[in-house]
Write a protein that binds this ligand. Sequence first.
Ligand code: 5AD
Ligand code: SF4
Length: 487
Amino acid sequence: MTTSAETAVHNGKLFIHTVGCQMNELDSELVVAALRKHGYELTADVADADTVLFNTCSVREHAEHKIYSALGRLKYSKRKRPDQVIGVMGCMAQKDQKLIFQKAPHVDLVVGTGQLSEIPLLIDNARENRERQMAVSLARRDATRQKVADSFESYDPLRDPEMRHSAFQAYVRIMIGCDKFCTYCVVPMTRGPEQSRSPRHIVQEVQQLAAEGVKEVTLLGQTVNSYRHTEDGREYRLSDLIASFHDTPGLERIKFVTNYPRDMTDDLLQAVRDLPKVAHYLHVPAQSGCDEMLKRMKRGYTVEHYREMMHRIHETVPDCSVSSDFIVGFCGETDAAHEKSMELIREFRFKNSFIFKYSARTGTKADAIMLDDVPEETKRRRNNEMLDLQNEISEEDNAARIGREYDILVEGPSKSAVKAGDDDSIPQTQLSGRTRCDRIVVFDGNRRLTGSTTRVRIDDCTATTLIGTIVTRELQHTADGGLPILG
Ligand code: 5AD
Ligand code: SF4
């Protein structure tokens, strides 16, 4: 709790800016929930906040630059408001540590991914003592694996329903860290050794979420399908874990991200096929379509392995959609190597691909021993070429769905409806939801359909979105319980 000495100068307003992956979104949700219990409330106005937190990402340099610029902008406002506490949490905090204080001396707090539970106390210390606070985990090279693992705490406190980004969708962390050490990637350093959470805790968390009205859970892990945990003498793999909470009443859809190609085992694919609540969607990053590049990346598979995995996916779950990540311009990537990645996209026709220009990261093997020799201009060209190809494929495959009907789990007003300023006063709006294969569908309907499953016919599409019309005429009640209206 805050002390009386500091509540006098402390308005309890918290501003938090989150970048990066879903793991970061979840971390922010949990940190905000904890701070709310300590009397904080969120503000969207940084000038109004006496506590400012940045939850950061180190996967690419660009994300870090943006945070340092944002911190730079706060330097002057802090001169006017010395009571403001500014904190950097997450991957950049673990990676840069004291360097953050050097580059941005007005920062008060640096908290790594493994110390998030300490944030309320560290903020209090910073405010009361006007002293910098830093809490980070051990570096991987500085201690045994077990000691380093122990210094990274999986932060999964009790959930706060008010803090979820959606009332019926939730992320559930099932693992932290990564042991794959792909040569380009900083995550094994920033998130520490791979550790799977106890199945009992995960099942309890899912049950609690479902009891609070959550219908869709997305299980999170850097390599989520590498999940393994022995409890009460029984070994749980991801397939066992999903089976153990699948029948939770109220739960309707289960997703999991991100998958590692080599760990895509048959038992998991059979679980996707046999368990009706599991989405028919797998995000399995290929990163490259060239064996030489995959070897340099130390991904641990060849194109032929990836092909064999794709065949097993389609054999077991024929309508399963697959999405991928690619890095363009990795060290030594020639035009011919790039063309092989393009060929892989043509062969597997991913639902979508996230494409990244290689960014050298301090602390990684590629940065230490390889030359970042592809010019920025070439990276940009390859990035654009790949995006164009993927968009063309996504649009063709979406167009093939025109005229068909799908059951859509409605997520709420679409991005464009929100942008256009539609709010609760306008019940009829453009809604957005997803098919079981994770395709985004927009259609007009009543916002009260949010969280329900609605049948939609597809009339049109873009590369990213299916556009449809509701074909079920579901009866709903208005907010005041009055006359039923048609959705
Ligand atoms: N440069 C560019 N992209 C990267 N990724 C990871 N590390 C880097 C890097 N150094 C990409 C990978 C990964 C995604 C989350 O980010 O494609 O799957
Ligand atoms: Fe990074 Fe590779 Fe681990 Fe993914 S599997 S988090 S790319 S090291």
